[in-house]
Ligand binder design. Structure first.
Ligand code: ADE
Ligand code: ZN
Length: 335
């Protein structure tokens, strides 16, 4: 029987805020700025791209229409309200200081704009949020280190993590080891994209050079049995994004996605939407489509949310509050 997604409190650890921009909002701001987005938003109002490279280009152009702290505030408020409407109680979003800088915004004003939007959504809906600043791998190690230094030099209570995104096929992982060491020593939570377009070697390199306990995607670890055992033994948390992987052609259909194999082998799994309107998904859809495909019960879904809360880059008081919310929803559902 299909599982309704509305009653399970949801938690998201992996979504790029620029990648969560509704095409209608991007189009409106593009008109204001005189930016032509007809190459990335079709007449049907959906994003246009064909592979990972053209997706990254479309993402860059869509990001370029956000010019002011208020624009970013509106983006964050819009996304967090959408999440809350699907029953999400906590979300971490990746923020990209490089994209803000390209649009002419300082790190500080970018973060303050986003934080104001997250706060407004919280006041109305109760959803809790944090931000993870990311470096873009294909921009190179110097650019990634600049991001870490900005985050450390201008601390903000809602920026609780540092991560690495972008094209995993570029740049040896050792190039980024120093950036991760700085982030780790500063007490930031750390995560890195690996095992999306790279195979098991890329996941092993992230563990070795970045010392991460959370990995963005990580799913291609399934190609090496010993690595799957290691992920389970070391309790590494995977921020899986199954809809994104299917949309980008990493797997042909959801049925062939390794999430259920990894879960059954004892790997700690979370569910995430990555860049939802680009991939025709939402966090709620990820919970429901994966649960329907692999016959996950509501208790299985609650366990996914619990893992995400355990791995969240938040303070312990917030974590406890989220656990209480999850527990009472479970009790009310008679589970
Ligand atoms: N930036 C935005 N979405 C991404 C993805 N799926 N992988 C790597 N970098 C990204
Ligand atoms: Zn991602």
């Amino acid at each position: 029987m299909p599982t309704p997604h509305s009653s399970v409190p949801k938690v998201e650890l992996h979504c790029h805020i620029e990648g969560a921009a509704p095409p209608s909002l991007v189009k409106r701001l593009a008109e204001r700025e005189g930016i032509d987005v007809s190459g990335i938003i079709g007449p049907n109002g959906k994003y246009i791209w064909s592979d990972f490279t053209s997706f990254l280009k479309a993402y860059d152009l869509a990001s370029s229409v956000f010019k002011t702290p208020a624009d970013y505030g509106l983006l964050a408020e819009t996304y967090f309200r959408m999440l809350a409407a699907e029953g999400t109680i906590y979300a971490e979003v990746f923020i990209s200081p490089d994209h803000a800088q390209a649009a002419g915004l300082s790190y500080r004003t970018y973060v303050e704009g986003l934080a104001a939007g997250i706060e407004r959504a919280k006041i109305d809906t109760g959803i809790e949020g944090r931000m993870i600043a990311i470096g873009v791998r294909h921009f190179g190690a110097a650019s990634v280190e600049r991001v870490v230094k900005e985050v450390i030099g201008s601390p903000h209570p809602m920026v609780s993590g540092f991560g690495l995104a972008g094209d995993e096929r570029e740049g040896h992982p050792s190039n980024f080891a120093r950036a991760f060491r700085m982030a780790n020593e500063a007490g930031l939570g750390i995560t890195a994209h690996a095992g999306e377009f790279g195979g098991p070697e890329s996941v092993k390199a992230a563990l070795e050079f970045f010392q991460v306990k959370r990995i963005g995607h990580g799913v291609r670890a399934v190609e090496e049995a010993a690595l799957v055992d290691r992920l389970a033994d070391e309790q590494i948390v995977l921020e899986t994004c199954p809809g994104s992987n299917v949309a980008l052609g990493v797997y042909p259909v959801l049925r062939f996605h390794p999430i259920n194999i990894l879960k059954n082998r004892g790997v700690r799994i979370t569910l995430n939407s990555d860049d939802p309107p680009f991939f025709g998904t939402t966090l709620g859809k990820e919970y429901s489509s994966v649960s329907n495909t692999f016959n996950w019960s509501e208790n299985d879904q609650i366990a996914i949310s619990r893992t995400a809360i355990e791995a969240a880059f938040c303070d312990e008081a917030t974590r406890q509050r989220l656990m209480v919310r999850l527990g009472s929803a479970q009790k009310n559902a008679g589970l």
